[in-house]
Design a protein around this ligand. Structure first.
Ligand code: NAD
Length: 245
């Protein structure tokens, strides 16, 4: 029987590419979305056309109750979660002096708290099955910091410490926890950047261009594989060579 993967914030961008890549790798897929029901339903159809089962599940994963409910619904409609991809994320960029507590709280609760809530729920299923893969989408900014992104960088660095701690706690139970740290990837999150800014960024990337959501998705699928069972607590940058740290 196919294992079930749950991808948070999967209606578009990197999450969408991850959901499709996992389906191509024969996982059944639960698509979590917050507001984009139509896009999530369309994605479910695309996934089903690949010959696996799928479902769309609404939840704001920054809310612990909604995260708990999400796992209950997924379990009931499909299966217990075998692969969790903590992907949902937002930015509220501004220099620290202008950053309001609400900008800080929104980013920390969406990017970091959501991973805590969802991972805790997923681990119940995974510990029972003595098998699990947790893959968390961090960012190279969590490794290097970035001016104007103190809240975002703190959340993404927090996810790395979180991932390594979970990896240590659960390694003996057949459960791995790894992080993927994308560089600049072409999605709605980066489309707000002007073309000249994108050109400056691309000039700093040894590969010479901004990445695609599929580049990140393939790294996630690698960690989700059966054969990746001895790889845990790792952070894999998918950034065209930008950071190399
Ligand atoms: P995106 O804005 O296209 O996608 C983010 C998704 O998360 C959206 O579908 C959004 O609705 C969902 N989401 C946000 N808050 C949510 C909540 N509370 N509950 C459920 N879903 C929620 O951006 P993206 O570029 O695809 O980003 C995906 C992940 O990759 C994020 O964690 C982001 O921080 C990370 N990332 C992106 C880049 C990049 O360059 N695009 C670089 C590094 C890391």
């Amino acid at each position: 029987m196919a294992r079930l993967a749950l991808v948070t914030g999967a209606a578009r961008g990197i999450g969408r590419a991850i959901a499709l890549e996992l389906a191509r790798n024969s996982f059944d897929v639960a698509v979590n979305f917050n507001h984009s029901a139509e896009a999530a339903e369309a994605l479910v159809k695309e996934i089903e056309a690949l010959g696996v089962r799928a479902g769309a599940f609404q939840a704001d994963v920054s809310d612990s109750k909604q995260a708990e409910e999400l796992f209950r619904k997924v379990r009931e409609a499909l299966d217990p979660v075998g692969v969790l991809v903590n992907n949902a994320g937002i930015t509220r960029d501004t220099l620290l002096m202008r950053m309001k507590p609400e900008d800080w709280d929104a980013v920390l609760s969406t990017n970091l708290n959501s991973a805590f809530y969802c991972t805790k729920e997923a681990l119940r299923d995974m510990a029972r099955a003595r098998w699990g893969r947790i893959v968390t989408i961090s960012s190279v900014v969590g490794l290097t910091g970035n001016a104007g992104q103190a809240n975002y960088a703190a959340s993404k660095a927090g996810l790395i410490g979180f991932t390594k701690s979970i990896a240590r706690e659960y390694a003996a139970r057949g459960i791995t926890a790894n992080a993927v740290a994308p560089g600049f990837i072409d999605t709605s999150m980066t489309e707000v950047l002007k073309d000249d800014v994108k050109a400056v960024i691309a000039a700093q990337i040894p590969a010479g261009h901004i990445g695609a959501p599929e580049d990140v998705a393939r790294a996630v699928a690698f960690f989700a594989r059966e054969e990746s069972s001895y790889i845990t607590g790792q952070v894999l940058a998918v950034d065209g060579g930008m950071t190399m740290c």
